[in-house]
Design a protein around this ligand. Structure first.
Ligand code: FAD
Length: 406
């Protein structure tokens, strides 16, 4: 079957690879000039298979007034009259209720568990070292009593001394450290390395076509069950389309009668040189909504959760990210060295559960809305799509159209 994957972020390239493994003839289209140039570019770099709680939770509900009024430095869900935000917000509120939270949490954990297994398979299938981790293990630290109490009920809980044993560099931590959740199997790996490894294997093994700098305008379903994909450059005909467009699928989905409550939740990152004290293990600070990940010769510090942030405040948010990291953990990275700053948005569903399904239109599938853990969920999400589509049937010819190369 000729399948077009729209979007070459972590979700798109992983989906393309998984489908190619099943014998499909896969092509990828992206408006950017290479893979991983959207939300996947400089994210927290964590494959966080063990800690997957959604943002919408009873705990978040309690803090919501502070988040809405801009009183929490790490989370600023600014009010807006945008109807899409209002719809998202109302659904988000509903998902903060305990019964919804339980269901969403369990869905996310299941997807993360599947992702962990599939990711391990990728590592075996890829050339040696292509997906080699740069950060090993993960520690989520509690700074408040409330965080500590919630953690104590979990099997991965370790106390303060054990945290210091797991990440010796935390002896320089100046914030509170009350305990943590330890996940030995979690890891960090630069998403750019990950996506390039997928691109390389797709090209080398299956001659996969990547159409870069091509913006998809319309996906037009045909009466014979195929689709014509109209871009700003040409047309492509496919038997199936997988929409992996991160934050931008809405213009494409609306004409197909689909209105997903997807909203961009902004985050920020800094990439800076390591020091001898930089940890190998990733660390997540729940209170400050920040993550620290080792990328080999660089540290990635990412975080904050913003909605509708004003453009002229982005510089302030990046500065705050840096000063918070420097204050809490002065030698986690070389703050005087060259720093690369980045901001982008998490494509977030109110529930925090990604949309991985076939649409009512034959041959069109969605792999979207991975929010804060799109990198972690990419492998499991790809596997789910591949399971829906199944193995390629021999001699599946495309009828009634031609394929134009860009
Ligand atoms: C600050 C920050 C930190 C994060 N940290 C982590 C983390 O540590 N671990 C984790 O698991 N997740 C993390 N995430 C979330 C994760 O980065 C995202 O969920 C993930 O990157 C989404 O991947 P994607 O492939 O769906 O989207 P994208 O990477 O945005 O890919 C979508 C692609 O579609 C292309 N596109 C869009 N519209 C069109 C069009 N019309 N035509 C053609 N191409 C188009 C874009 O160019 C883009 O390349 C973080 C996110 C942020 C912002």
């Amino acid at each position: 079957m000729r399948i077009y994957v729209l979007g070459a972020g972590v979700v798109g390239v992983t989906t393309a690879y998984t489908l190619a493994c099943l014998g499909h003839d896969v092509s990828i289209i992206d408006k950017a000039e290479d893979v991983a140039m959207g939300a996947s570019w400089a994210n927290g770099a964590q494959l966080s298979f063990s800690y997957t709680d959604p943002l919408a939770s009873p705990a978040t509900l309690k803090k919501l007034p502070a988040y809405l009024l801009g009183l929490d430095p790490a989370t600023q869900l600014r009010l807006s009259a945008n109807p899409e935000y209002i719809r998202w917000g109302l659904l988000f509120l509903r998902n903060c209720l305990p019964d919804r939270f339980r269901v969403n949490k369990s869905e996310r954990l299941k997807l993360a568990e599947l992702s962990e297994v599939v990711f391990k398979n990728f590592r075996d299938e890829f050339p040696k070292g292509a997906l080699k981790q740069t950060g090993k293990g993960k520690l989520v630290i509690a700074q408040t009593d409330q965080e500590l109490q919630a953690m104590k009920t979990k099997p991965q809980f370790i106390d303060r001394d054990e945290c210091l044993g797991a990440v010796p560099s935390l002896r320089h931590w100046t914030g509170d450290l009350k305990g943590g959740l330890f996940a030995e199997e979690d890891l960090a790996l630069d998403t750019q390395i990950y996506c390039r490894a997928f691109k390389q294997i797709l090209i080398q093994k299956w001659d996969t076509q990547f159409y870069f700098e091509e913006t998809v305008k319309i996906v037009s379903p045909q009466s014979d069950g195929t689709q014509i994909i109209i871009t700003d450059k040409t047309e492509h005909r496919s038997d199936s389309v997988i929409v992996c467009l991160g934050n931008d699928p809405k213009p494409l989905l609306r004409p197909l009668g689909l209105r997903l409550p997807l909203y961009p939740i902004q985050g920020y990152s800094l990439t800076l040189p390591t020091t001898p004290d930089s940890p190998v293990m990733s660390v997540t600070d729940l209170k400050s909504k920040m993550v620290y990940a080792n990328l080999g010769d660089k540290m990635r510090i990412a975080g904050f959760v913003d909605a509708n942030q004003k453009t002229d405040r982005i510089e302030d948010r990046l500065t705050l990210l840096k000063t918070t990291a420097q204050k809490n953990w002065p030698n986690v990275a070389d703050f005087d060295g060259p720093i690369t700053q980045w901001t982008n948005a998490r494509p977030m569903m109110p529930s925090g559960v990604p949309v991985i399904r076939q649409t009512k239109t034959k041959g069109i599938y969605l792999n979207l809305g991975h929010g804060s853990l799109g990198y972690t969920f990419a492998a499991g999400s790809a596997k789910k799509i591949a399971t829906m589509i199944g193995h390629a049937r021999k001699n599946t010819a495309i009828t009634g159209g031609s394929h134009h190369a860009a």
